[in-house]
Design a protein around this ligand. Sequence first.
Ligand SMILES: [Zn+2]
Length: 144
Amino acid sequence: MQDLIEVLGLIEVLEAEGIATKGLNFEAFYDDLSSSGENPILQKEIEKRVHEYFYGMSLPSKPTIYDYLILSLREKDIIATFNWDPFLLMAYQRNMHITKPPRICFLHGNVAIGVCEKDRTCGNMGHRCSKCGELFCLQNCYIL
Ligand SMILES: [Zn+2]
């Protein structure tokens, strides 16, 4: 995860806040930051950079380990993941016509999924809630 801090250009941002980045456990740090609510501006900046980075990723056209995972499980199974990247969701969506996919629980959220808190629904970012018509927003935990 140290690479992620560098890739996202967060070293300067974090150090400007007095946070030592060498050996920093990014996931634990972010968990503490979001749980405490101490620095919402820093939290939003990190979330923005993480979202932009992961949202731009895509799967290759050939089968991947994500496709094999989706295809190897049953509808009654569940995948619980901490992955923020959209790969598992992409594999889910491109294989759902082949099989009844397992449920997926994005324990720390996912850059490709948003929620409507009012109606307690979720869907792809950029899409609208079928009940109220509002755009889905980022949230911390999703279950498909
Ligand atoms: Zn809604």
